[in-house]
Design a protein around this ligand. Structure first.
Ligand code: SF4
Ligand code: SF4
Length: 453
């Protein structure tokens, strides 16, 4: 490669020589692939908005309630005690992304990543509508502040702020649920000062990302983009320039590439796909559509830029289902099967009994007593009347407050006192075993320590 051709690797494409920001004025994309991406993005956007309102067995489809350490994923509830099962699910997801990337490159980035969907399908579309295509935008940004420019910029940024606030509120519903969100917006702000402050901060962050930082999230921040170098190989499918067919470019031989640079002008990250696989390429397929238009005009077949692997460009046979994918698939299948097994075989109740911190034993005539905190999570979809008994010793339990009636998928927290005859306490730390019963049936046992003299 010549020095000029290697220059693109010397500095980020959206930085100038002095290290300052170089704005990418991407041409408005259009074409077959863009239409397909638009449909996919609208489906995903609708799904994202609908999730907090969709109910499965009375619960939201997805709820990430970090404050109460309760996560609902497609109707299945995971509590803090289910961290291991959640970790298996996350591991399966990561492996799935790796397998998908090895096979289909950065399809995730261009088609399903929220950053790309919001930037390309929401914010940029509004920008094109108000400020026009790339040439008009460039001209507007470099023109003096006239009334026309002030009105356009004010209108655009007002809409951007409103969308950022709306996005934050939808995300908030994913974390607190739509019912709690509805309650919160009807309450005075003074009752939810911290929540309101977080909402403002997150909205400001979204506004800053989609108004100013933009594609730099993909090219400089996102760790997934950085992983491409180790995940992709010559058999991975990606948006690729067919240099065999295209070179020599610009009418200097038989190459189909006219060197019109239309593929660069439409690229949202401002790169030249003809330089080969690059970290900045989010596989959005805009350059495929744009190049196909040029091929149509010049009477050449489409697909000079297309979804293909390096091996396919070289004319080699390339099966998507190769040894590397098979190996990843087997590992993924094993981990996911283990996840399903642990999910279906997890206990119906999750009990935790701990001695109340800071309290020792109490002595009354012939008995000793200890105070305990109890937490029980009901993982079934049934309401369970529960009873706590000590099963290892002849003792008596005195519960504090209400009866132990646990609603489905609910959590019970309380305090109780265990009384043991002195004759039963054999050491200063006696192991005691509790049984949690429902309708006289033993559901779960739990061991704790009884402190004595
Ligand atoms: S759009 Fe196609 S023909 Fe034009 S420079 Fe890019 S690859 Fe070459
Ligand atoms: S090179 Fe093509 S596929 Fe990659 S980001 Fe640019 S326009 Fe999208």
């Amino acid at each position: 490669m010549t020095k000029e051709k290697l220059d693109f690797r010397d500095y980020p494409i959206n930085w100038n020589e002095r290290g300052g920001r170089k704005w990418v004025y991407a041409k408005k994309p259009s074409g077959k692939w863009f239409n397909r991406r638009t449909i996919v993005s609208w489906i995903l956007l609708l799904f994202w908005i609908a999730v907090p309102f969709i109910r499965v067995n009375g619960n939201p489809l997805i709820l990430l309630d970090i404050a109460n350490r309760k996560f609902i994923i497609f109707g299945a509830i995971f509590w803090a005690q289910d961290t291991f099962i959640l970790a298996l699910l996350m591991l399966s997801f990561v492996l799935f992304v790796v397998l998908f990337t090895v096979t289909f490159g950065r399809l995730w980035c261009g088609w399903t990543c929220p950053q790309t969907i919001f930037l390309e399908m929401v914010f940029r579309k509004i920008e094109y509508l108000i400020e026009g295509d790339y040439r008009e935008r460039h001209k507007l940004d470099n023109s003096p502040w006239t009334t026309n420019k002030i009105v356009k910029k004010a209108l655009k940024h007002t809409i951007f702020i409103l969308i950022s606030v709306a996005m934050t509120n939808v995300f908030l519903m994913w974390f607190i649920g739509s019912e709690r969100w509805l309650e919160m917006i009807q309450e005075p702000i003074t009752q939810n000062i911290s929540g309101f402050a977080v909402m403002l901060l997150v909205s400001a962050f979204f506004y800053w990302v989609y108004s100013f930082f933009r594609e730099q999230i993909c090219t400089m921040v996102c760790p997934y983009g950085r992983m491409q170098g180790v995940l992709l190989d010559s058999k991975s499918i990606a948006v690729t320039y067919d240099y065999v067919r295209g070179e020599p470019r610009g009418g200097h031989g038989d190459g189909d590439c006219t060197d019109c640079k239309q593929c660069i002008s439409v690229c949202p990250t401002g790169i030249d796909i003809r330089n080969g696989s690059q970290l900045e390429c989010v596989n959005c397929s805009a350059c495929i559509d744009q190049c196909n238009k040029i091929m149509h005009v010049t009477g050449k077949p489409p697909g000079l830029i297309r979804y293909a692997s390096e091996a396919q460009i070289k004319g080699q046979q390339n099966s998507i289902w190769n040894a590397r994918n098979r190996a990843y698939s087997v590992v993924l299948l094993l981990i996911f099967s283990f996840f399903v097994y642990t999910l279906v075989s997890r206990p119906v109740l999750e009990t935790t009994i701990l001695r109340t911190p800071g309290l020792l034993y109490q002595e009354q005539d012939s008995t000793l007593s200890n105070v305990y905190n109890i937490k029980i999570v009901n993982k079934t979809h049934d309401e369970l009347p529960l009873e706590l008994r000590v099963i290892s010793h002849k003792g008596k339990i005195q519960m504090a407050g209400n009866t132990m009636l646990l609603k489905d998928q609910d959590m019970y927290e309380s305090t109780f006192i265990l009384f043991l005859p002195k004759s039963e306490v054999t050491s200063d730390k006696t192991k005691v075993e509790f049984g949690v019963f429902s309708n006289n049936e033993l559901i779960e046992t739990y061991k704790a320590t009884f402190v004595g003299p």
